[in-house]
Write a protein that binds this ligand. Structure first.
Ligand code: FAD
Length: 465
């Protein structure tokens, strides 16, 4: 018998470990207090809901998901002994922390004579499979993409048959957030579970994907897939996503639509690119990818950091994004780029502060993508935004949210205000601002002045090498 340890693969189908071999499988999930120290209420809430639907799937097949609490390196050998399992399987982890924990589990199992099986499951192409001609991991996305794009991909696999599944013989409850030491999330969390993921994927690929190329940068259009929590927690398999996307490409009504599908595939490739970066350079979660940026003298300014977190900077698109994050545990990609640029290039505050806030607030946080996004915006990462190309938050707002629809949705103080005044907010006099939207703050910083300081800050750090 084998125990399958579900982690970020909270789905029954397109789950390679569940169809590998022909041994009977007992599925388990471990709430590990050491892992939970890096978790946050939105993600724990999403995971709980996803576990409930996964458990229903197993129960309908006379099995059940065994849910335990405790440190994985102790719990897994204990369960293997209790159920007389000869093997424990799990899907490959990518972060340094996850891999170190898995090594500890493997060692403890081996000491008890239990085998382990690690299955590559979370990516279409695993780290090490797409490299430069010299065999090194790519640091430039466009080269990575060319190989990724053309490489043949595995298709999704069906769920295991009921005859493979074992009934643990006990019912184990899903602990509440409170039991796990978390408050209720402040935000409204999107529904979890593998069925929701499948529904969302089909919905997106039946139409919206064809406008993805032109609409994905317009936050008000809400034209992206919203699959990120599902890909992060594995309520959908990436092979399933890719198969469906390829089908959409085959059914595309015209060349533009086909190109839009390719643009979407490019985002799946970014996800894999950043997972490879994390795998080969696990220290990126706390260190700059490029060490010549280590001398950047980031500012410490608790009041400005607070204004950023609270969505009170007086830069409407930044504030709308930060408030979307607070309300939905999610933020549109274009706006993530804008708020990250604002924190690092306008407030001149270390990207690690922003990463930490996102880690606490996002339902889709995973270290690979989150860190990749932050280090891109901060110009410290692989294939990052060049340090001298600094987003102007007002121009970005005007270009990507011209009617201020997104801004007015999340910033009620500006709801009745004309979009032109919103986009000119930084240029209005104090009296005009008071008359226009008395509750909305004046800009906390002057963008032009901060832009010059940011350039000087980067040049100073680079000049020292
Ligand atoms: P879609 O546009 O529909 O894209 C489909 C999928 O492709 C996404 O679900 C995601 O898995 C992947 N993807 C899309 N854009 C990117 C990207 N730029 N980098 C890597 N993968 C991408 N994404 C996360 O999944 N988790 C994070 O914690 C995260 N943090 C970010 C932080 C910053 C500062 C930035 C700039 C980006 C971050 N992203 C993160 C990437 C991106 O913003 C989200 O994946 C995207 O907004 C999710 O919405 P969606 O599923 O509708 O995306």
């Amino acid at each position: 018998m084998r125990l399958h340890w579900h982690r970020t693969d909270l789905r029954p189908s397109d789950n390679l470990a569940l169809v590998t071999g022909d041994d009977p499988i007992l599925p388990i999930y471990v709430f590990d207090p050491r892992v939970l120290t890096h978790a946050a209420p939105p993600r724990v809430a999403f995971v709980r809901e996803s576990l409930a639907t996964l458990r229903e799937w197993y129960r309908a097949r006379e099995s059940d998901l065994l849910i335990v609490r405790g440190e994985a390196p102790a719990e897994l050998p204990r369960l293997a002994d209790e159920y007389d399992a000869g093997t424990v399987s799990w899907a490959q982890a990518y972060s340094g922390l996850g891999r170190r924990r898995d090594d500890r589990v493997a060692d403890r199992l081996a000491a008890d004579g239990v085998d382990h099986r690690i299955v590559d499951d979370h990516l279409l192409h695993e780290p090490g499979s797409i490299t430069t001609n010299d065999g090194d991991p790519y640091a430039v996305y466009s080269y990575f993409w060319k190989k990724w794009r053309d490489r043949e991909k595995a298709s999704s696999v069906a769920a295991p048959g009921a005859d493979r599944l074992v009934d643990p013989g006990v019912e184990t409850p899903i602990p509440t957030l409170d039991d796990l030491g978390f408050d209720d999330p402040e935000a409204t969390i999107p529904p979890g579970g593998y069925e929701t993921a499948r529904h969302r994927l089909n919905e997106f690929c039946s139409g919206p994907i064809y406008d993805y190329g032109s609409a994905r940068d317009r936050p008000a259009a809400d034209a992206t897939s919203r699959l990120s929590p599902h890909l992060t927690h594995g309520t959908v398999g990436v092979r399933t996503v890719h198969d469906r996307v390829v089908r959409a490409r085959e059914e595309a009504p015209d060349e533009d639509a086909r190109e839009a599908v390719e643009t979407f595939r490019g985002e799946l490739a970014w996800r894999e690119f950043y997972h490879h970066v994390l795998y080969f350079d696990p220290q990126v979660v706390t260190e700059n990818y490029r060490d010549y940026e280590n001398d950047i003298e980031w500012r410490t300014d608790p009041a400005e950091l607070r204004a950023w977190k609270d969505g009170e900077t007086g830069y409407p698109i930044v504030d709308a994004g930060m408030r979307q994050l607070r309300e939905e545990a999610y933020m549109h990609n274009r706006v993530r780029m804008i708020v990250a640029s604002f924190l690092t290039k306008d407030l001149l505050i270390d990207w690690r502060e922003g990463y930490d806030w996102f880690r606490r607030k996002l339902v889709d946080h995973n270290p690979a993508n989150d860190n990749g996004g932050w280090q891109w915006a901060a110009s410290t990462g692989t294939d990052a935004q060049p340090y001298f190309r600094i987003f102007n938050p007002m121009t970005q707002g005007e270009r990507h949210d011209p009617d201020a629809e997104y801004i007015r949705k999340y910033v009620p103080e500006l709801r009745g205000v004309d979009p032109d005044l919103i986009h000119d907010w930084h240029e209005l006099s104090p009296t005009q601002r008071r008359r226009t939207a008395p509750e909305y703050p004046a800009p906390v910083v002057d963008h032009s002045e901060r832009r010059e300081r940011a350039l000087a800050m980067f040049e100073r750090a680079r000049g020292e090498h």
